[in-house]
Design a protein around this ligand. Sequence first.
Ligand code: ATP
Ligand code: MG
Length: 200
Amino acid sequence: MPRDAARVGLLGGTFDPPHVGHLATGVEVRDVLDLDAVWLVVANEPWQKVGSRPITPAVDRLAMVQEATRDIVGLEASGVEIDRGGPSYTVDTLVDLRRAHPEVEWFVVLGADAAAGLPTWERAGELADLATFVLVDRPGLPSPAPPAGWRFVHVSVPRLDVSSSELRDRVRTGRPLDVLVPAPVIACIEARRLYGWGTT
Ligand code: ATP
Ligand code: MG
C-alpha cells in the first residue's frame, strides 16, 4: 500500500474461485468512491459456508486471487485473514487493520447476498462503527436494504450474473470458464486440479 493511501475498500469473500463479477465490482467501487485501493480479502474459514460444502484450501484460493488481481491497477489480494487463522470475522479484520494503518478510512464492499446477512455477523454492533459499508447489487437478488444505524453507500456496478458456485459446477461438468474467470486463474485451477478439473 502506498505510504499516503487514505481510503481502502475491502471486498471479502471465499473466492472459490474468483471471477469477473468480483473484479468488475472492485474496479467500479474503487473508481466511483475514489479509493486508493480495493483489497480482495480471502477468507480463511468462511464461517457462513463451512459445513455446507467442501471449501478449497485457503492457500489455493489466495493464489487464484493473486493471479486474478495481478494486472488490475488498484486491486490487490490480501491474505490478512489467512495469516490470522481461524474463522474469518470481518470485525476482527477491521480491528487489526485499523490498528496497523490508523491513517486509513475503511470501506467494506458487500454484494446483495452478503449484505442481507449483515446484522447476523459476529459482533455486528461493534462492526457497524468500524467502516463505511458499500452495498452493490447482484443480478437476480433484490437490492439490499441497509440495516438501521449502519453507515452505508450504494454503488451501482456492472451487473454480471456470475457466481463461484456456478463456475465450480462448470468445471465439474467440463464446460468452459473462459472470459468469466481470468486466464491465469484458469491455468491455476488446471495446475492444481481444483473442482474436479480433468475428471470429466
Ligand atoms: P458462491 O457462489 O460460492 O457463494 P460468490 O460468487 O457469491 O460465491 P463470494 O466469494 O461468496 O462469491 O463473494 C464475495 C463477495 O463478492 C460477496 O460480497 C458477494 O456478494 C460479492 N459478489 C460475488 N459475485 C458477485 C457479482 N457477480 N456481482 C457483484 N458482487 C458479487
Ligand atoms: Mg456467495
